[in-house]
Design a protein around this ligand. Sequence first.
Ligand code: HEM
Ligand code: HEM
Length: 186
Amino acid sequence: MNSSRYSFPAVLLHWLMAGLVLYMLWLGVSMVDLPKGPERTAAYGLHKSFGLLLLGLFFVRFGWRIRHTPPALSGRGWERKVAHGTHHALYLFLLLTPLAGYLASSFSTYPLKFFGLAVLKAGWPDESIQEIFKRIHVLSAWAGMLLVGLHIAGALKNLLRRDGSMQRMLPACGVQKMNTCSDAEQ
Ligand code: HEM
Ligand code: HEM
C-alpha cells in the first residue's frame, strides 16, 4: 500500500470537477435533443456557464498539479502505464473539451454568458469555423466519456483490491473509516 496521498486542494479539485464533468456530459447529451424554446435556451446557457467554470478550474488544477508531485501509482508495470496514460488523456480532455466549446460559441451568432455575465468572445460569427470547433468539442466530449468510463472501472478495480489508491484521493478525515488516516499528506 502507498503511504502518501494527494494534497487536499488536489482532492477537492478532483471531486468537484468529476461531479461537474459527469453533470456536463449528461446535460450536453440531453440538451441537444430538446425542441427549440426556453427550456433548450436555459439548458444551453447552463451548459456554457458550467463549461466555462470547468475551463477556469482546469487552469487552477493544472497549475497546482505541475507544482506538486502526485503520489506514485500502484499496481503492476502495465497497470501503472495504463493509469498514467489515462490520467494524461483525462487532463487533455479537461482542457480540449471546454476550450473547443468556448471557441465554437465564440464563432456563433448567439451571445456568450457566464451565469448572466457577458463573456468576451475569441471570434466573430462564422458558421464554417463554428462547425469545426463544434465537431472537435463533440468528438472530445465522447472520447472523454470513454476515458472516464475506463478511469472509473480502474478506480473501482483498485478499490476492490484494496490497494490504497482510493484512500489517496479522499480527504484525510474521510478515510478514517478506511483505516489509513495516519498516512502523511504530500
Ligand atoms: C468523472 C470525471 C473524472 C475525471 C475527469 C477524473 C480525473 C482524474 C485525474 C486527471 C486523475 C489524476 C490526478 C493526478 O495525478 O493529478 C485522477 C485520479 C483518481 N481518480 Fe479520477 N476522475 C474522474 C472521476 C473519478 C471517479 C468517479 C472516481 C471513483 C470512482 C475517481 C477516482 C480516482 C482515484 C482513486 C484517483 C487516484 C488514482 C491513483 O493515484 O492511483 N475519479 N482522476
Ligand atoms: C468539460 C466541459 C464540457 C463538457 C464535458 C461538455 C460536453 C458536451 C456534450 C457531451 C455535448 C453533446 C454532444 C453531442 O452532440 O452528442 C455538448 C454539446 C455542446 N456544448 Fe459542451 N461541454 C463542455 C463545455 C462546453 C463549453 C465551455 C461550451 C461553450 C462555452 C460548450 C458548448 C456546447 C454547445 C454549443 C454544444 C452543442 C453542440 C451542438 O449543437 O451540436 N460546452 N457538450
